[in-house]
Design a protein around this ligand. Structure first.
Ligand SMILES: Cc1ncc(COP(=O)(O)O)c(C=O)c1O
Length: 400
């Protein structure tokens, strides 16, 4: 591979890059070693006599992102469900979610018997406070900003609405682990932050989720919900004054995932800085091109840098440039076509009105997305940026 690496963290440069066979950014010998240690202890259940891998990961993750309490569990969807339950959201309540999110956000709301209400996204692809305001009713209980594709939503505006109307905020941070807003970790602004650890997230153990909260009472409720037997388990006795049966679930994960995640967490800063550097290089090459606007989220420097979004003036231009990029083997994809990430695919299932999200469809149909490739060198990234710019100027038919 030509050119100097722009990795600042040597540990990242040394690890195995999972290329075409998988989507994880980086995984290496350290994860294998961590799993080996768990097997050597022959105790895979998360509850140990002393602090186990899951306990340590929860403490380390909470310290890293700034939440007071964290729970590692079996998926991001389950993190949302446990958060909604802990917030007391129930049958008939309304929960406002954005038009641009993975179907799991809506499914988690439905799972607790509540009604997902779809609000439009703003120009930065996050939940639009002005549309949320218009959709608040006496039945609204919570707002779910989703920091899609690593882009921070307008937390200031949304928090203001939550305070004004006495609503819970559950941040869906599935796609933005390691991102921040005004210098503070995404996921720590709401009552809960819910993260996914599945394969195509900034850090991952294949499958899993994390939930964080700053409130002890919500933590206890969520903990009990994620493990129905926790209240009766001697190692968790200190959490509960008097054991009670909770109609919870079993969302625990084993020590194997906890151990992998402790290593992945150490890689997080290197992955995020590598992605941000590459996005910055690409953006520098695209500066001043009037045909497009680059989406930066509501806190440009806090975004994860995991993808580059170009917004065109009309859907036809987005489609035709998308075709040109792909012909040149630059895999920009129209956001509107994502199979389970845009509400026009899933909102009809629960009879949401199409008129509730029309402006989002207009924006998303004008937007192309390119995932940032962490394995590219500085030189390769700059060359890619120049090729994108040239194609936007119609200077090259399909290459440099
Ligand atoms: C925005 C969003 N929310 C929730 C989830 C659900 O996470 P999981 O697949 O871990 O259940 C995902 C997963 O990709 C997601 O992208």
């Amino acid at each position: 591979m030509a050119g100097a690496s722009i990795f600042q963290d040597d540990r990242v440069a040394k690890v195995i890059q999972i290329g075409e066979s998988g989507l994880m950014y980086v995984i290496g010998e350290e994860e294998i070693e961590a799993v080996r240690r768990v097997f050597q202890r022959k105790k895979l259940f998360r509850y140990q006599r002393d602090e186990g891998e899951c306990d340590s990961f929860e403490r380390e993750f909470a310290e890293k992102v700034g939440g007071r309490h964290a729970i590692i569990l079996s998926s991001g969807t389950n993190a949302l469900i446990a958060a909604f339950r802990a917030c007391g959201i129930k049958t008939g309540d309304e929960v406002i979610i954005p038009a641009y999110t993975f179907v799991a956000t809506a499914a988690a709301v439905l799972n607790v018997g509540a009604i997902p209400v779809v609000a439009n996204v703003d120009e930065e692809l996050g939940l639009d406070p002005s549309d949320v305001k218009a959709k608040i009713t006496p039945r609204t209980r919570a707002i779910v900003p989703v920091h899609m594709d690593g882009l921070a939503s307008n937390l200031e505006g949304l928090l203001g609405l939550c305070r004004e109307h006495g609503l819970a905020m559950v941040e869906d941070v599935a796609q933005a682990i390691g991102g921040s807003y005004d210098g503070t970790g995404l996921g720590t602004f709401g009552d809960f932050g819910c993260f996914s650890l599945n394969e195509n997230k900034t850090i991952s153990c294949g499958e899993g989720g994390i939930l964080i909260t700053g409130r002890r009472d919500l933590y206890e409720r969520a903990f009990s919900f994620h493990d129905v037997s926790a209240q009766f388990n001697p190692v968790r006795k200190e959490l509960f004054a008097e054991p009670q049966v909770v109609a919870g679930s079993s969302m625990r994960v084993s020590e194997v995932l906890g151990a992998i995640m402790r290593v992945q967490l150490q890689r997080l800063d290197g992955i995020i800085s590598g992605l941000r550097e590459r996005k910055k290089l690409l953006m520098a090459e695209l500066a001043g091109i009037s045909e497009i606007r680059v989406v930066q989220g509501h806190c440009a420097e806090g975004g994860c840098g995991s993808s580059l979004h170009l917004v065109f003036q009309d859907p036809a231009s987005a489609l035709s440039f998308g075709r040109e990029f792909r012909a040149a083997e630059i895999p920009f994809l129209p956001v509107i076509m994502r199979p389970a990430h845009v509400c026009w695919k899933w909102a009809p299932v629960f009879n949401a009105k199409a008129t509730d999200y029309l402006s989002s469809l207009d924006l998303l149909s004008r937007t192309l997305k390119l995932d940032i490739d962490l394995s590219l060198t500085t030189e390769q990234t700059e060359r890619l940026g120049r090729r994108i710019a040239k194609l936007l100027h119609h200077e090259i038919p399909g290459g440099e």
